[in-house]
Design a protein around this ligand. Structure first.
Ligand SMILES: Cc1cc2nc3c(=O)[nH]c(=O)nc-3n(C[C@H](O)[C@H](O)[C@H](O)COP(=O)(O)OP(=O)(O)OC[C@H]3O[C@@H](n4cnc5c(N)ncnc54)[C@H](O)[C@@H]3O)c2cc1C
Length: 491
């Protein structure tokens, strides 16, 4: 049995902790915050509970893989259920609610857009593309040489190096509102569909064909479940314990220094945002592959402007997920690429878990989370001056588009989080909540590796590492890192 330290109790850190514990190791998790979850934590304001960030729960087969490995009956314990409809899309020309049942959804596409046949063909091909993508994503990518295998060549059949998600949809569909409905998922990567590599249409496939889910208490409850199980099995979870730096000797990670002292270990797994490793945690003298200077050349996603709202009522017409599109969606998404100006006509996402889940708010009240993608902190927007007016603008727009003229009278609680808060409170570099952009020059072997190149026994997990952002993908990073550790231990 060896001893491992995990830096950060976000989804990536806790998934790694469970896996390493199951391998028989002694595991200590150090978390700077007083609660677990990181960007997936619970926020409590008065009688209201909010999800800090994540809300779309998809591709839960990856959670099955994680929990099967550590022998936890998560489906029985947390009871995930499939949403139907998936969401309401308030498009510039009309609204619709894509069904959570694939055959009904295909019929909706035919009835609304007369493109049912093209849609069915598209989804059949995406199913194959998704299988090929998975074969690649679940493997480490330590070097270019790893392209030279049949898995990657198969993946290559479904990928264009030059086309974007928008290009791909433009080539296959006609109706602009259908294209908007199938490209907005680039938002989950904090990117514009015009810049997102075309194979990310697998996100649309995942939603449409494999469904969106909810568990009581939301994604943050899955993370708390991980923490609870880890502790019950003898794991050590140290909250309020920021790691100050990683101890490296002879190019090997040998422990950490926290505010409470030095803790030695046989290896360290970093779940903190990757730039945190370079900017704060790793001694400069062992930095080669990345340095503070070279971080400046990387491309980071947009950030998110959040308004957490507690209305003292429930609006029956508001779905679990609602997307209110910009009136000029093309210009808006192009603006996201520039990542400079505050969008005046933003697309707003509204999460209303209280539609299906009474744990978030007092009886008859609601817990709402509004999210608008906005430039990261490189844009130097003076948020303290602007945030109240921007929040009001979003709320008014939402009230108009959802036809809720009395909305503002019902708001009991309002809390705002800006890119500066993501940067300072969550230690997310530039407030780029979706981490490094998912473009070819920052994917696979070009994304921070799960075993860190420059230091032995130092492993990286989480959204800023291979394979990328999003809960299921982050879980994959933990599985890859745990497999690398198991392989090494077996030698
Ligand atoms: C607004 C928003 C919406 C999102 N929506 C979705 C969604 O709908 N679906 C989805 O699947 N994903 C979504 N994501 C993406 C992703 O799933 C989450 O961001 C996820 O929480 C990232 O997990 P992580 O493990 O990479 O890092 P984090 O959750 O950031 O966890 C890292 C942890 O490390 C800790 N830490 C940092 N530095 C130190 C240190 N020095 N010492 C000790 N601890 C430290 C932090 O406090 C934090 O707890 C969303 C993200 C955001 C922000």
């Amino acid at each position: 049995m060896a001893k491992y330290i995990v830096v950060g109790a976000g989804p990536g850190g806790l998934a790694s902790a469970l896996l390493l514990q199951h391998q028989g190791h002694e595991v200590h998790v150090y978390e700077k915050d007083r609660v677990v979850g990181g960007r997936s934590k619970v926020l409590k304001h008065g009688a209201y509970t909010f999800s800090a960030g994540p809300s779309f729960l998809m591709y839960i087969e990856m959670l099955d893989l994680l929990f099967d490995r550590v022998q936890l009956p998560w489906r029985k314990d947390l009871n995930p259920f499939r949403l139907d409809p998936l969401y309401e899309l308030k498009l510039p020309q009309f609204s619709w609610k894509p069904s959570g049942q694939p055959n009904v959804l295909a019929q909706q596409v035919e009835d609304l857009f007369q493109e049912g046949k093209a849609y069915t063909r598209f989804m059949a091909r995406e199913a194959k593309a998704f299988d090929a993508v998975q074969q690649v994503m679940l493997k480490p990518f330590p070097s270019k040489r790893h392209f030279l295998n049949t898995r990657v060549l198969n993946f290559g059949r479904f990928v264009s190096l030059k086309d974007s998600v928008s290009d791909k949809l433009n080539a296959r569909f006609h109706h602009p509102m259908l294209k908007h409905s199938m490209t907005f998922q680039a938002k989950y990567l904090g990117m514009s569909p015009q810049e997102t590599p075309d194979f990310f249409t697998v996100l649309t496939y995942l939603e449409h064909q494999r469904g969106l889910y909810h568990v009581k208490g939301g994604i943050e409850n899955i993370i708390r479940y991980m923490a609870r199980q880890f502790k019950e099995r003898g794991g050590h979870l140290h909250l309020n314990s920021p790691v100050q730096h990683i101890i490296v000797s002879h190019k090997q990670a040998e422990g950490v220094k926290t505010v409470h002292g030095v803790e030695r270990a046989d290896g360290v797994i970093v779940n903190a945002d990757f730039p945190e490793l370079i900017n704060r945690l790793l001694p400069e003298k062992v930095q080669h592959s990345y340095t503070k200077e070279s971080l400046k050349a990387l491309d980071f996603s947009v950030s998110a402007f959040m308004v957490y709202l507690g209305p003292d009522t429930q609006f029956d017409t508001v779905e679990h997920h609602t997307m209110v599109f910009s009136d000029d969606y093309e210009s808006y998404t192009k603006g996201l690429i520039e990542n400079q100006a505050l969008p005046q006509d933003p697309t707003i996402y509204l999460y209303n878990p209280t539609k299906h889940d009474a744990t978030y708010a007092p009886k008859g009240h609601s817990s709402w989370m509004l999210l608008a993608p906005v430039p990261n902190t490189l844009a130097e927007i003076p948020w303290e001056q602007k945030k109240e007016a921007y929040a009001d603008k979003l709320i008014k727009r939402l009230a108009r588009k959802l036809n809720l003229p009395n909305l503002s009278k019902h708001i009991v609680t309002k809390v705002i989080a800006t890119p500066n808060d993501w940067q300072h409170d969550y230690r997310v570099h530039l407030g780029s909540v979706f981490s490094l952009k998912h473009q070819f020059h920052q994917l696979l072997h070009k994304r921070p590796h799960n075993h860190y190149n420059d230091v032995d026994q130092l492993y990286l997990v989480g959204g800023s590492t291979h394979p990328g952002s999003g809960l299921s993908t982050i879980v994959q990073s933990a599985i890859i890192a745990a497999d690398l550790i198991a392989k090494k231990s077996a030698k």
